[in-house]
Design a binder for this molecule. Structure first.
Ligand code: GLN
Length: 544
């Protein structure tokens, strides 16, 4: 029987509920249990694919092609395992299947009601996911914070599960304890209110993960425990950390896995946190920097920079840097600034490598193309991810192949040279505006050409990587690009689609149609990110 741990959030969002979920999964897996993790998101979007990344952070893609919340990426990185599509649901997807079932007479003429039919659908999905993973434990993150309307039906599902199987279900509240500057004291009251909100939903947390700027002291732990109806050891202090990968180690320093197992009445198994502790030591020891500039557009929201829009890219770059014992110095570069003032391109020379991540639409594109041209001509290592490949091909077509008017059909549907075009099935999707969940999604095979940077980096010929795109390199133009040195070093064997291109005679100028960042893990850095950072370090030595 799978045991479930629901992780809810209190007080406010953005305090690391996803990483806490991933870390609980990690520490239980480190004790030899079979663990999986899942997320329930309250919004009505059927998946995360139609949301602007500035609104909701990166859209992660699973191996089986689900467009989901970025937290799934954290689960994969911490667990070192693929999370299947069953492990993710939104209010939209749950309602959609209940309504579809009703339309198919699947409820035998009954009145279909929000309660219990929505929570029952949630429970059925969780059980399916746990069964498929044959999980001893499934950690389920409930999106949003307790007390809002949006996620109340998910709490209801969790409550119903606990009622039906009291020994198999547990609750963790990840809450925030502010230290108002003028008061200078850690305040427990907001968390007390969060617990009240949970209680009102019929749920008592078994543990509180107390997020705060500094560790929680004994008097406040005692107070919070008493007022929230918990024992003091069940309050886990979780102060801010430099690297999220320290969190499982911190949880284990508070013996969290042992406490969880004890409450469930599960016999503890030997703990092996060694690989994880070694990782944390490696991260802490990396002092010398490697400086990478990331050129894109999904950074700004008012006065704030939302690094969440590219979280997997950032993590993959960090994994690559740590692999080479370097401290990643990742700098955001606003593509639009290069359009307004091309003289600013000079700043690119101060970087050891340039990345252009995935993207959509026309904003900033000419600035990105300028940055790519700069990196190509000055031989600065360049790594293009999806849009970063497509725009590199456009840049190369325009400036190295003399194809004036080269562009992607995504931006210029009448381009004279449509270097980036669509496949036939996508033309229909675009015309009929069937735009949700219809991109080329998930894992596809790729065959690597001998003697290329890509082949060398992977150390094997046949690989699979995850995709999320509607447009492709047009095979019509591949010969022209290859004649000038931009060669297809990876091709999908089934449909003969270009997956990787790289430039001969450049230290590292490589773009992928897929998103390698989605498969990079801290304990298994992605081969292309390792190779890119290696090239960046060569560039660093050359530039000095
Ligand atoms: N906009 C491009 C496409 O749809 C690239 C997508 C991406 O970078 N993920 O093909």
């Amino acid at each position: 029987m799978t045991k479930y741990i629901f992780v809810c959030g209190g007080v406010m969002s953005g305090i690391g509920k996803g990483v806490s979920t991933a870390s609980i999964a990690r520490i239980l897996a480190s004790r030899g249990f079979r663990v999986t993790a899942g997320k329930i998101d309250p919004y009505l979007n059927v998946d995360a694919g139609t949301m602007n990344p500035v609104e909701h952070g990166e859209c992660f893609v699973t191996e089986d092609g689900m467009e989901c919340d970025q937290d799934i990426g954290n689960y994969e990185r911490f667990l070192g395992a693929d999370i299947p599509r069953e492990n993710y649901m939104t209010s939209g997807s749950v309602y959609l299947s209940v309504i579809q079932r009703e339309r198919n007479l699947g409820y035998d003429g009954k009145c279909v009601e929000i309660v219990p039919h929505i929570p029952l659908e949630v429970i059925a999905r969780l059980d399916r996911a746990a069964k498929r993973a044959r999980a001893d434990f499934m950690i389920v993150e409930v999106g949003g914070t307790v007390g809002e309307y949006q996620n109340i039906l998910f709490l209801e599902a969790a409550r119903m599960m606990r009622l039906a199987r009291p020994k198999e279900v547990m609750f963790v509240l990840v809450s925030y304890l502010p230290i108002p500057e003028k008061i200078g004291e850690m305040k427990t009251k907001p968390t007390q209110h969060a617990v009240r909100a949970m209680n009102a939903a019929g749920i008592q947390p078994d543990f509180i993960i107390a997020r705060s700027r500094v560790p929680m002291d004994a008097p406040r732990k005692d107070k919070l425990a008493l007022l929230c109806n918990l024992r003091e050891p069940d309050i886990i202090s979780a102060p801010d950390v430099d690297s999220i990968y320290e969190i499982p180690v911190n949880f284990e320093d508070e013996n969290l896995s042992t406490k969880i197992l004890k409450k469930f009445g599960v016999r503890p198994r030997r703990r092996d946190m060694r690989p994880w502790r070694t990782l944390v030591q490696r991260i802490r020891a990396a002092r010398r920097p490697v400086r990478i500039g990331i050129v894109g557009k999904y950074f700004g929201s008012g006065n704030f920079t939302l690094t969440d829009s590219y979280i997997s890219v950032l993590e993959a770059l960090k994994h690559g840097a740590w692999f080479h014992n370097r401290r990643p110095e990742l700098v955001w570069l606003d593509a639009e600034a290069y359009e307004k003032n091309p003289a600013r391109l000079k700043e690119l020379s101060s970087f050891d490598g340039i990345v252009v991540p995935g993207g959509f639409g026309s904003r900033g594109v000419e600035g990105i193309i300028k940055a790519i041209e700069y990196a190509r001509r000055r031989k600065i290592p360049y790594f293009g991810l999806c849009y970063g490949l497509q725009l590199a091909a456009v840049e190369f077509a325009r400036h190295a192949c003399g194809l004036k008017g080269a562009h992607t059909l995504e931006i210029d549907p009448h381009a004279k040279h449509p270097i980036i075009a669509t496949m036939q099935d996508q033309i229909v999707n675009i015309r009929e505006r069937k735009l949700g969940g219809t991109m080329r999604l998930g894992a596809y095979a790729c065959r690597l050409a001998p003697g290329t940077i890509a082949r060398k980096a992977y150390g094997e010929t046949n690989i699979t990587e995850r995709h999320r795109h509607r447009y492709e390199i047009s095979n019509e133009y591949v010969p022209a690009l290859e004649r000038r040195g931009l060669v297809a070093s990876g091709v999908n064997p089934e449909r003969n689609l270009v997956e990787i291109m790289e430039l001969k005679g450049h230290p590292f100028f490589l773009g992928t149609q897929f998103h390698p960042e989605l498969k990079s893990r801290p304990l298994r850095p992605h081969p292309l990110f390792r190779a890119f950072i290696a090239a960046a370090l060569k560039q660093q030595r050359r530039a000095r």
